[in-house]
Design a protein. Structure first.
Length: 280
C-alpha cells in the first residue's frame, strides 16, 4: 500500500490530522457510486504536475487548490482524507477515465465546455480563470495580434490548445505536449516562445522557487475558463451533492483560504467564486 497525503490546508479545513493514504483498491465496492459516502475509499482524478493546483511532491504528497477542493468535497460526501485515492488525470484522458469508471470524479482544472458536456457532466463551476501566455522575462507580448507570430506550447486535449487553433491565434505554430511541465522545459530552452493555458496554472509555475525571475505572464485574459468537477454523464445525484459541498466551502471561507494559500504567493488576484449552476 502506497502512502498518500492530502494537503495541509485541506486537512485543517476539515479539522482532520490524518495523512491521506491510498488504499489502491480501484474497485467499486466502496459504496461511492452516486456520491454516497461511508465506504472504504473514493478515487479522485487530479493533475500531478500543476504547481499551486494539483501537484505530486517528491515525497509523494499532493498539494494545490484543486487538491484542497477535492478533499473538502470528499469530506462532505463522508470520506476521511485517508480514504482518498488520488489518480493522475491528464487533460486528454479525463473523459475516458470518467466513462470507464476509473475515478469517481475529477478536479483537475477541467474547463466546462459544450463539447465535453456531450460526454460527461459537471458540478460547479468552482473557479474562474482566464487563458494567458507564460513567456521568458522581458520577451512578453502586449496584444493578441502578436500571438500569431509565436510558437506556442500547450497540452494535448486542453481547451487552451483548441482556443489557439480555433479562435485567437490560428496562424501561430502550436506544439502539443503531454504535460505542462514538458511545455515549460521547451520554454526554458528556447524551443517555444510561450506556454499558453489558464493564468492560474501559469501563475503556479512562475511562483516556483526554481522559476522565479525566469518567466512572466503576458496578462492578456484571452478567454474565460470555468472549472467544473467532472462526473459521470447524467449523475444528477452526485452533481447535486458536489454542488452543495462547493457552496459550503465558499460560504465557510475555506474556498478563499485555499486560493490564498496556494496561488497567493505568485501575486495572483483571483476572480470571486463563480455562481454554481443548478443540477440538471
Amino acid at each position: 500500500m502506497r502512502l498518500r497525503k492530502a494537503s495541509a490546508l485541506a486537512a485543517s479545513v476539515l479539522a482532520l490530522s490524518l495523512a491521506a493514504t491510498a488504499c489502491g483498491s480501484g474497485d467499486d465496492e466502496d459504496g461511492s457510486e452516486g456520491g454516497s459516502g461511508g465506504g472504504d475509499s473514493i478515487t479522485i482524478g487530479i493533475k500531478f504536475d500543476q504547481p499551486g493546483l494539483g501537484l505530486q511532491t517528491p515525497d509523494g504528497d499532493y498539494a494545490g487548490f484543486d487538491v484542497d477542493v477535492a478533499t473538502y468535497i470528499a469530506g462532505e460526501l463522508g470520506y476521511e482524507p485517508d480514504q482518498i485515492e488520488f489518480v493522475e488525470s491528464p487533460s486528454g484522458d479525463r473523459e475516458s477515465m470518467l466513462q470507464r469508471g476509473d475515478v469517481d470524479f475529477i478536479v483537475a482544472t477541467y474547463s466546462i465546455t459544450e463539447e465535453r458536456e456531450q460526454q460527461v457532466s459537471f458540478a460547479g463551476p468552482y473557479f474562474l480563470a482566464h487563458q494567458d501566455l507564460l513567456m521568458r522575462t522581458g520577451e512578453t507580448v502586449s496584444s493578441p495580434d502578436e500571438i500569431n507570430e509565436l510558437t506556442l506550447c500547450s497540452v494535448t486535449g486542453s481547451t487552451s490548445a483548441q482556443n489557439v487553433q480555433n479562435d485567437f491565434a490560428p496562424d501561430a505554430q502550436l506544439q502539443e505536449m503531454g504535460t505542462y511541465s514538458e511545455c515549460l522545459t521547451g520554454l526554458e530552452n528556447g524551443a517555444v516562445d510561450a506556454l499558453t493555458t489558464d493564468d492560474s496554472i501559469l501563475a503556479g509555475y512562475a511562483s516556483q522557487e526554481a522559476n522565479q525571475g525566469k518567466f512572466e505572464l503576458a496578462g492578456l485574459e484571452l478567454s474565460d475558463e470555468y472549472y467544473g468537477v467532472g462526473i459521470p454523464k447524467d449523475d444528477t445525484e452526485l452533481q447535486g451533492q458536489i454542488n452543495d459541498a462547493i457552496q459550503s466551502m465558499v460560504d465557510s471561507g475555506a474556498w478563499q483560504e485555499a486560493v490564498d494559500a496556494n496561488l497567493g504567493p505568485a501575486g495572483y488576484e483571483n476572480e470571486p467564486a463563480p455562481e454554481i449552476e443548478a443540477a440538471s
